[in-house]
Design a binder for this molecule. Structure first.
Ligand SMILES: [Zn+2]
Ligand SMILES: [Zn+2]
Length: 258
């Protein structure tokens, strides 16, 4: 049995004191690969370092919508260079966060568009962050022809119609630990209708810790609780769910052809 955590943030300070143990614990829980996302300039090198010192860790680099306002003339050239690294398997996370609005909205929109272009140039799939901006996210994915790079809508929180449009554009839908929460009935209804072939599971660790550990720090080993819940919703065995989401992740991150 093999699982993949399609999205975590291993460089974050929450893992500073026990990162090696966290990565080992993931291994022991069947998590074969962890895709670790460096979301801003200060995190990129560290993310790459972690990926290079652990065969089970790959890197994703980009500028998060929270940090859109920090992009300057040097940002894209630096990213272009770093993304040549063989351990980098996707570009992101990029997108829109109209919940926290840590960068002005018009700037988020502009940087999202630009970074889809950059990902295409680099030949990488994109990892999309969308919080409270479903309509605008869809509009940009369409107008920027994001089907040319494809990728993942991470921490998916839209409705089935949105999922369907994204899937038709060649995107995968990644489900976080919040699917285990009592109040996530809406998301569970959506997941019921998403084909298995388009689903991924993620932790977004250290955030969004699934039950039964809600409230504590999240870590990649816990992706199994999310996979278990999704299996339950899809009425398939845990083994089947682990197998399919692993296949899907290997395909989108191009660790396997076909
Ligand atoms: Zn995100
Ligand atoms: Zn994230």
């Amino acid at each position: 049995m093999m699982l993949i955590d399609s999205h975590a943030h291993l460089e974050m300070s929450e893992f500073k004191s026990d990162l090696e143990i966290v990565i080992q614990r993931a291994k022991k829980s069947g998590v074969e690969y962890i895709f670790s996302v460096g979301t801003e300039k200060k995190d990129w090198k560290r993310t790459l370092e972690i990926a290079h010192s652990h065969p089970s860790v790959y890197a994703i680099l980009g500028v998060h919508p929270h940090n859109a306002k920090e992009i300057d003339d040097e940002t894209y050239p630096v990213l272009k260079e770093l993304c040549q690294d063989e351990k980098v398997k996707a570009y992101g996370e990029i997108g829109l966060d109209f919940f926290r609005n840590l960068s002005p909205r018009d700037m988020q929109l502009m940087r999202f568009r630009e970074q889809i272009g950059l990902a295409k140039e680099l030949g990488l799939p994109i990892v999309v962050h969308d919080r409270d901006a479903h309509q605008e996210t869809l509009e940009i994915l369409k107008s920027e022809k994001a089907e040319e790079c494809g990728g993942i809508i991470h921490c998916f929180s839209g409705d089935y119609e949105m999922a369907k449009v994204c899937i038709d554009m060649g995107f995968y839908i990644s489900i976080p630990g919040s699917i285990t929460f009592k109040n996530a009935e809406g998301l569970r209804e959506v997941v019921k209708r998403i084909p298995l072939e388009s689903l991924l599971v993620e932790t977004d660790a250290p955030f969004l810790t699934p039950e039964p550990f809600r409230g504590k720090r999240n870590e990649p080993a816990y992706v199994r609780y999310t996979a278990q819940k999704v299996a339950e919703i899809k009425k398939v065995s845990f083994e089947k769910m682990a197998e399919v989401t692993t296949e899907n992740a290997l395909r989108v991150y191009r660790l396997k052809s076909g």
